[in-house]
Design a protein around this ligand. Sequence first.
Ligand code: NAD
Length: 358
Amino acid sequence: MKLAVLPGDGIGTEIVAQAVKVLAVLKSEGASIEMEYGNIGGAGYDAEGDPLPESSLKLAQAADAVLLGAVGGPQYDQLDRPLRPERGLLRIRKELNLFANLRPALLYPELAGASSLKPEVVSGLDIMIVRELTGDVYFGQPRGVEVRVGPNGQSERVGFNTMIYSESEVRRVAHVAFAIAMKRGKKLCSVEKANVLECSELWKEVVAEVAQDYPEVELSTLYVDNAAMQLVRNPKQFDVIVTGNLFGDILSDQASMLSGSIGMLPSASLDANNKGMYEPIHGSAPDIAGRDIANPLATILSVAMMYRYTFADAATADRIENAVKKVIAQGYRTGDIWTEGGNKVSCSAMGDAVVAAM
Ligand code: NAD
């Protein structure tokens, strides 16, 4: 298995190093894993003046899967937009055609106290959010800021983006979501804003058409404002959620907090052949970078997702996830999930604990 490893910026290098320890265990047991490193984000800009250097893109294109840390940092905020770290991330998703972003929000029972909601509201939480990743307002044209003359004859600056989805884009991500629902609780909620947006109206119609192929799955729909409310009112009503790029970005961050910390949540971004890029959902956390205190579990769990989705090896995925469950049960806690009585450990010590649990 050829793996492109792109640690990126900030805590990216620290957390990816822990995930690589897990891969090293599997390698030492005979798994054939070839890892090659590349730069992305600010690291790409620093090394080659490009947040997605050609060499990194080629590496990712040639690999079976990509393991990514995170990108970004305040030192890059003044760069021209196309040179900013986040553009590297958007580009690699688009170039690899990773249209389906899978973001599980799962609460480990021992971390119920770390959630901002009452334990009885979140205990047993297990949601999968499927976010469309290569369309919508993030990529739609035209976009920009320009000076326009208003109805009163005065000129002013206007900012604009285009929310756009084609039928085929909605259909392919809907199929991914229905297929996942079939393997889970057979419930799918499609989230849009069809009461206001034509783009959402089409989304809703196409999802309903795709539902005909999955009669066993119970399909429901929610407007995004209501979905946001339901996620904090009664999150356990959800099994799988499918939504567009913008709504999914917001809802998945919201769902992440239900599970205690953004440092616990992995993600997978898949193309039509299950080639994938795997990364924690959080960013580069410049406020804690370089101090060996970040939580590496989201990145380690991203490796588990890689085994489940790209390598179709559920046994290894289960093994990694069980090792994470074990270290949580044993009381190991990085600062973000630490509560009174927990054994506070560093990022690297948490990686070592997972390796020992494996
Ligand atoms: P962030 O996710 O980096 O951090 C938000 C908060 O969560 C911070 O307090 C941080 O310390 C904490 N946190 C995040 N991950 C953690 C972990 N593993 N362990 C412990 N604590 C953790 O979001 P931000 O601060 O809004 O953004 C920082 C930079 O990251 C920005 O440049 C932003 O553009 C970028 N970013 C990148 C990605 C990505 O690479 N996918 C995603 C979001 C933000």
